[in-house]
Design a protein around this ligand. Structure first.
Ligand code: HEC
Length: 100
């Protein structure tokens, strides 16, 4: 199950990275690049072993760096996520911090 999810995510990421964004829209980017693992509202997916993104203890600044640069200690997030540029990472981080 986990393998299938990761594979599906990889395909989606490859497809979505071909699209160019004129403007960074945190909600749309989250929907496109994060929701397949973290759920439409960032609630996570226990069955697939995906933690919630909402309610993260990271500050918006930390989250931006986490998404833009990656964190070697965080499994799937070890490398930058979804080929976001810095502005996009910032927009997604702001969106995640707004999730309730
Ligand atoms: C392929 C699945 C996948 C995708 C896509 C993905 N994540 Fe994650 N994310 C994970 C997993 C798995 C973890 C747990 C990593 C760990 O703790 O080792 C995680 C952790 C997180 C955390 C929790 C960090 C913490 O410790 O508080 C946040 C926030 C997060 N992801 C946000 C995002 C955002 C925003 C995106 C989209 C840009 C995204 N993720 C895309 C799988 C994914």
């Amino acid at each position: 199950m986990k393998k299938i999810c990761i594979l599906a995510a990889a395909v989606l990421l490859a497809a979505s990275s071909m699209l160019l964004f004129a403007q960074a829209d945190g909600a749309a980017l989250f929907n496109e690049k994060c929701s397949m693992c973290h759920g439409a509202k960032g609630e996570g997916n226990k069955d697939a072993g995906m933690p919630a993104a909402k309610g993260t203890e990271m500050t918006a600044e930390k989250l931006t760096a986490f998404l833009f640069k990656g964190d070697p200690e965080k499994a799937i997030h070890a490398s930058p996520m979804g080929q976001l540029n810095e502005e996009q990472a910032k927009a997604v981080a702001a969106f995640v911090k707004e999730l309730k």
